[in-house]
Ligand binder design. Structure first.
Ligand SMILES: *[C@@H]1O[C@H](CO)[C@@H](O)[C@H](O)[C@H]1NC(C)=O
Ligand SMILES: *[C@@H]1O[C@H](CO)[C@@H](O)[C@H](O)[C@H]1NC(C)=O
Ligand SMILES: *[C@@H]1O[C@H](CO)[C@@H](O)[C@H](O)[C@H]1NC(C)=O
Ligand SMILES: *[C@@H]1O[C@H](CO)[C@@H](O)[C@H](O)[C@H]1NC(C)=O
Ligand SMILES: *[C@@H]1O[C@H](CO)[C@@H](O)[C@H](O)[C@H]1NC(C)=O
Ligand SMILES: *[C@@H]1O[C@H](CO)[C@@H](O)[C@H](O)[C@H]1NC(C)=O
Ligand SMILES: *[C@@H]1O[C@H](CO)[C@@H](O)[C@H](O)[C@H]1NC(C)=O
Length: 244
């Protein structure tokens, strides 16, 4: 399984921790897959419950990450959970708990699904994906919370000097945090910021691979995402990109 995420956030420092709210964790992305449905009270259903329980129990004790397999034959399910590298095990457990509930509501009886939050992500499937290197699934999310159509104030897509300057800055930040994730973190997690006053506000970045990836593979995967991200980055005040 290879899964990596990159974020660039600016302007808005999101208030992540709001534990007494019923909407403490809002999904950023959900997909219910296409491998069919199981039925209520089936073996698949029981296996899924066991899977969620095993994933959650292990993830909160081991660096916010776990993989597991339950069942056999056509009732076999593969699962993976990952919490953002800097959240506590309590928040990790709460986010995963929420993900199990949300996925049951949003993808009822679906044999596979992916659900992704700021704080954690869950993927399960009846198809093997745990060591997949095909990187087939890509998710791109833009920051929509800002004025000026989601772009920096004064941004002109046609101004190539402005554009290449910002792209250089964003690339510097993302390369730096990706090096950190790959080579300076056993969790494969990196964060950072860069300030270039006065034209652009502070940029914040976050990158993460699953900790089962080798340092070089993680770096390679993140580099590939950076390339994609810079193509999509057009003055937007933020964005996120995931592959799994
Ligand atoms: C699975 O269930 C969903 C919603 O209940 C339905 O739209 C979909 O067609 C079903 N898929 C299969 C393969 O039965
Ligand atoms: C599933 O089991 C519960 C409790 O045993 C029962 O109430 C429910 O009717 C069952 N649902 C189906 C679809 O068999
Ligand atoms: C899945 O979790 C169970 C319960 O924690 C554990 O006994 C089992 O070894 C795990 N299986 C795999 C394939 O990780
Ligand atoms: C999930 O939260 C509920 C309460 O909302 C709690 O009863 C349950 O034990 C939690 N499950 C896990 C796996 O933490
Ligand atoms: C990465 O960022 C850190 C912290 O801001 C800084 O100390 C370091 O020099 C940067 N490394 C590179 C290669 O830019
Ligand atoms: C990358 O991982 C390999 C294998 O664990 C290790 O030998 C190497 O020193 C690591 N490289 C860096 C730069 O951390
Ligand atoms: C590596 O991590 C340590 C501890 O978090 C930090 O002090 C150091 O600056 C980091 N090195 C680089 C090159 O980012």
């Amino acid at each position: 399984m290879q899964i990596v995420t990159l974020f660039v956030l600016s302007f808005i420092l999101t208030s992540f921790v709001c534990l007494h709210s019923t909407k403490a964790f809002d999904p950023l992305y959900v997909t219910c897959g296409s491998t069919g449905n199981y039925t209520a009270n089936s073996t698949y259903c029981t296996n899924l419950e066991h899977l969620f329980s095993a994933l959650s129990t292990k993830a909160v004790t081991i660096e916010g990450f776990s993989k597991n397999i339950t069942g056999t034959g056509s009732d076999q399910i593969f699962g993976l959970v990952l919490c953002q590298g800097d959240v506590s095990s309590t928040v990790c457990a709460q986010c995963l708990n929420q993900s199990f509930k949300d996925v049951a509501t949003m993808c009822p009886y679906s044999k596979e699904a992916v659900i992704w939050y700021d704080m954690c992500l869950l993927r399960y499937s009846n198809r093997y994906f745990l060591d997949s290197t095909d990187n087939a699934q890509q998710i791109i999310i833009y920051n929509t919370q800002s004025t000026g159509g989601g772009r920096f104030s004064g941004w002109e897509s046609s101004n190539s000097a402005h554009k290449s300057y910002i792209i250089t800055v964003v690339n510097t930040l993302l390369s730096n945090i990706s090096d950190q994730a790959a080579y300076n973190s056993t969790k494969r997690f990196g964060t950072g910021d860069i300030t270039i006053p006065p034209t652009v506000p502070v940029l914040y970045g976050l990158s993460q691979c699953t900790p089962d990836m080798s340092n070089d593979t993680c770096r390679e995967c993140l580099l590939d995402l950076i390339d994609h991200m810079l193509n999509y980055f057009d003055g937007r005040t933020g964005g996120a990109h995931t592959r799994s």
